[in-house]
Design a binder for this molecule. Structure first.
Ligand SMILES: Cc1cc2nc3c(=O)[nH]c(=O)nc-3n(C[C@H](O)[C@H](O)[C@H](O)COP(=O)(O)O)c2cc1C
Ligand SMILES: [Mn+2]
Length: 735
């Protein structure tokens, strides 16, 4: 039977009769139980839950040679796709089942981790990081029996080929029973138990081949036995409680049993039975489990296998073999599959959530401050393309993050690129990250290379000659895509419009062209400048070149966004056009962000002053102003002032005005209409809103408009100040 994606997605499959009947439990141990945290445990209860969520499709009659592998490939490459449970697989006991794509949707990952549903993948990762911070492992408890022993086979009775292990990828060298599985080993020195997900191939009825990359805990354990000339006792589980599986493929620290880690997460210990052959702990509710001994005396060819980087990277080679001494399985067992595909795939998605949390935790544990986000991208299989965002605090901060992120446990194995970005970039958003790389890195100086880092035979980029000498190291590209700390206060501002952008004085538009981003901060006084739009003196030069010399109309003018005088800090001037020359011209200044810690923050400030013909004018505007003076807060979503001076029949005429939207002073909303509205506040603070000063004298006139003017105890702050000035040339017609 050919299985199509449409068939999987259709509800027809799920509406057919369920092969799940009633399972008489012969066991004393409860199988599906609620932990003390209320989180469901056990694969079968979890399946009931996801079916109730409408996220399980049942498929009957697909074959294990081709159909299940192909259907899994389709499903796991579609984000937020359902899980599929296959039964009635031709050639096998019709009640034997295969579950795939269990974690192919964010809600199912959240459910497994005991988190709320409805969160985004980044929110799940963040909630997970917070949940396991400081979590203490809870030792597994041993019980005497469990449903896993519903069927027991020993000796020649063992046949691993009775299970419908699919051929997952067309190029696979065999049937892989172990993908959504784990291997259990015990350290022969210290006695701690490791649980690791390592792929397992069926060689024949009693022999399994398994591949573990160098450096993994299961391999370190196994090697210790081999070095002593001993066989390595191993138990393997093919189908388990979903959280146990996730633990098996997570970088739980060396020396900590993943079973105990699961217990800590749930607040309820994992229940295990002691394997009669090896003494290893086996979860009571395992679907299929084996015990046996691995030896390096007998090796068989393992692979090729479609691997997580999207290649048959490690090809085929001799690997140790597990001689199976006992086989246990539940009635109507469920073989869980999570075969890798070209990323982004199912495992890239669940591992991105888990690894991003772990990597951030580990970077913070080595005492690096101000990490604002981490994402281990799905497209890199959650290992090859990892991004960290930081709020830069000191020179060298960005490089420290890069090197640490590439070498702590969660980032060390099989990495390729690590990128550090400023906190205004969302590390989980590939486009934003690549924009930062394109516009904030300088290839000659922003990239560090680490040589001979921990990689894997799976890495397709390791050249043949290095493979031959078992050199499975690679290099890492560490890309600093932050604005250089030393001159970040001069880095050009971004053009992305921010909220509350004011396009006309009277109206405030809430545009969200860009995702609202955190304010960039270089530390200390921070002003990001937008390059001047118009060359300051070009028009003035043109003007003076075209007309005869004095006497002529002359100008002066200036606009400033913030002009403050504060004890200890001194004088602070931000967004100043500078003085307009007597000959006129155009002066402009813009800043994207103003951050004067403890005093004032604002965004998108523009100031301009111009003088030409018979007209002189200036203006200043800011959005999202937040001013704090002696603990009194003054905020406005937009402020603007303008001043004008013009000559009419040789006589000066002047005017000024200010607009303030959303003005709140000390918790009170203020509607501004009249000029020079004075607000007296505690501590002798005076705020003049829409302050205007105008005067004329003979041929000269000047006007100043200050949107806000605050004075208090030696403090003076003027926000959005515009000044225009003109001296009329009485001899000039029209002037
Ligand atoms: C579906 C899946 C299959 C995996 N297969 C292998 C494998 O065949 N060999 C391996 O070394 N790691 C494999 N891994 C990665 C390990 O499970 C992972 O590195 C884990 O942390 C190993 O456990 P350990 O930290 O106790 O060594 C696989 C991961 C997943 C999710
Ligand atoms: Mn481990």
């Amino acid at each position: 039977m050919a299985v199509t994606a449409a068939a999987l997605a259709s509800s027809d499959c799920s509406s057919r009769g369920s092969p799940l009947g009633k399972y008489p439990s012969r066991m004393a141990v409860t199988l599906e139980r609620q932990s003390t945290t209320g989180q469901t445990t056990g694969l079968r209860a979890w399946l009931d839950e996801i079916e109730q969520m409408g996220q399980l499709r049942r498929v009957h009659g697909a074959n294990a040679e081709e159909d299940i592998g192909a259907a899994t490939d389709v499903l796991q490459h579609a984000a937020e796709s359902p899980a599929a449970l296959f039964d009635q697989i031709p050639g096998y006991d019709p009640s034997f089942r295969v579950l795939v794509n269990g974690f192919g949707a964010t809600d199912r990952i959240a459910l497994t981790l005991g988190l709320s549903l409805g969160l985004s993948r980044v929110e799940v990762s963040d909630a997970w990081r917070k949940k396991i911070r400081g979590m203490q492992p809870l030792p597994a408890v041993e019980v005497s029996d469990g449903p896993v022993f519903e069927n027991v086979r020993r000796g020649d009775d063992i046949d691993m080929t009775i299970f419908p292990a699919p051929r997952w990828h067309p190029g696979d060298g065999g049937r892989y029973i172990g993908t959504g599985s784990f291997d259990i080993t015990r350290d022969p020195d210290d006695g701690w138990v490791n649980v690791g997900t390592y792929r397992v191939m069926v060689h024949d009825a009693r022999r399994l081949g398994y591949y573990i990359s160098p450096g993994k805990h299961g391999r370190l354990h196994r090697q210790k036995y081999f070095d002593r000339g001993q066989k390595c006792p191993v138990a393997m589980v093919f189908g388990s409680d979903p959280l146990q599986f996730l633990a098996g493929c997570t970088e739980v620290p060396y020396g900590v049993s993943e079973f105990d880690w699961v217990g800590g997460v749930r607040g309820a210990p994992v229940q295990v039975v002691k394997g009669p052959i090896t003494g290893l702990p086996i979860p009571t509710d395992a679907e299929i489990a084996v015990e046996g001994f691995a030896t390096d005396q007998e090796t068989l060819v393992e692979g090729p296998f479609g691997e997580w980087m999207g290649y048959y990277g490690s090809g085929s080679r001799h690997e140790p073999v597990l001689q199976v001494e006992a086989l246990y399985y539940r009635d109507q067992p469920i073989l869980v599959g999570s075969p890798p595909g070209q990323p982004p795939d199912e495992q890239a998605r669940y591992r991105a959530i888990l690894r991003s949390a772990l990597l951030r935790d580990e970077i913070e544990k080595v005492a690096i401050p101000d990490v604002t986000g981490v994402w281990c991208h799905e497209v890199g299989g959650s290992r090859l393309f990892n991004v960290v965002s930081i709020k830069q605090r000191y020179p060298g901060h960005a490089r420290q993050v890069l090197h640490a992120a590439s070498q702590v446990r969660a980032g060390a194995y099989a990495g390729r690129y690590v990128i550090v970005v400023d906190e205004d970039i969302d590390p989980s958003n590939l486009e934003e990250v690549l924009w930062a790389v394109c516009t904030r890195s300088d290839p000659a100086t922003s990239i560090d290379i680490v040589h001979r880092a921990w990689s894997t035979p799976l890495d397709p980029r390791i050249p043949p000659e290095r493979r031959q000498v078992a050199d499975f190291t690679n290099s890492r590209g560490l890309i600093d895509a932050t604005r250089p700390w030393e001159w970040c206060d001069q880095y050009a501002g971004g053009t992305c419009l921010r909220k509350n952008y004011v396009s006309r004085p009277s109206e405030s538009f809430r545009l969200r062209v860009c995702r609202p981003r955190p304010r960039l901060d270089c530390g200390g006084v921070n002003v990001r400048r937008i390059p001047r739009a118009i060359a300051a003196f070009a028009l003035a030069a043109l003007w003076t070149a075209g007309v005869s010399a004095a006497p002529a109309t002359s100008f002066s003018g200036q606009a400033t966004l913030v002009n403050a005088s504060v004890p200890l800090l001194g004088k602070i001037v931000v967004g100043d056009t500078g003085p307009l020359p007597a000959s006129g011209g155009n002066l402009n200044n813009s800043v994207a962000v103003i951050d004067l810690p403890g005093l004032l923050t604002a965004e998108v400030g523009q100031s301009s002053a111009s003088g030409q013909g018979n007209h002189s004018s200036s203006s200043a505007s800011l959005t999202d102003v937040a001013l704090t003076v002696l603990g009194i807060s003054i905020t406005a979503t937009a402020v603007q002032s303008q001043a004008e001076a013009r000559c009419q029949a040789g006589q000066p005429q002047v005017s000024g005005s200010s607009q303030l939207a959303g003005l709140v002073i000390n918790g009170q909303s203020i509607a501004v209409a009249a000029p020079n509205l004075t607000v007296a506040l505690p501590l002798g603070i005076t705020v003049v809103v829409n302050e205007q000063k105008s005067s004329t004298s003979g041929a000269s006139g000047e006007s100043t408009a200050n949107a806000l003017h605050v004075t208090a105890l030696g403090i003076e702050v003027v926000v959005a100040s515009s000044h225009a000035d003109i001296t009329c040339d009485k001899g000039k017609p029209g002037a």
